[in-house]
Design a protein around this ligand. Structure first.
Ligand code: RP5
Length: 163
């Protein structure tokens, strides 16, 4: 297992679902658990220790509202932590965005976009971190970028055809 994903609630799952597809596509082994920084603090600390022992190199924490899960995970590990703020109804996710991104100096959290875009980018960022020491993953990322660029060109051609 290389990537440990924590969700603050099972209701956060849809935010990371596409990201799981990204990790599967790159063949990156991951594990996922629901744990809350405030409702199950001891479970959270234990799961972090267990994930490190199981070989986790990157952590992803997905949480909404007063989203301190990513910061708490970062407090318990020196491995990189990516925070995904959930775009819940209240304040359209601005609460979670600020809670996740505004970590005081000393304990960094790499914060990605709100919601599903953030979930996908968290997975891609985790792959990029792992690719630093994995040539196959690196080649996969280069190929992924090339496919995206080709997709933009194809979309442009399709639109031009309608003019
Ligand atoms: C946070 O509160 C969770 O990360 C979730 O985004 C939000 C709502 O939780 P539930 O009401 O679904 O348990 O802790």
């Amino acid at each position: 297992m290389k990537v440990m994903i924590f969700l603050g609630s099972d209701s956060d799952f849809d935010v990371i679902e596409d990201g799981l597809g990204v990790l599967k596509g790159f063949g990156v082994p991951f594990s996922l658990e629901v744990t809350s920084a405030h409702r199950s603090p001891e479970r959270t600390a234990r799961l972090i220790r267990e994930a490190e022992a199981a070989g986790a190199e990157v952590f992803i924490a997905v949480a909404g509202k007063a989203a301190h899960l990513a910061g708490v995970v970062a407090a318990h590990t020196v491995r990189p932590v990516i925070g995904v703020p959930v775009d819940s109804d209240a304040l359209a996710g601005m609460d979670a965005l600020l809670s996740t991104v505004q970590m005081p100096k000393g304990i960094p959290v790499a914060t990605v976009a709100l919601g599903k875009h953030g979930g996908t980018n968290a997975a891609l960022l985790a792959v990029q971190i792992l690719a630093l020491a994995d040539e196959k993953l690196n080649a996969g990322l280069v190929d992924h970028r090339a496919k995206m660029a080709a997709g933009v060109e194809a979309a442009s051609k399709k639109l031009r055809g309608k003019l």
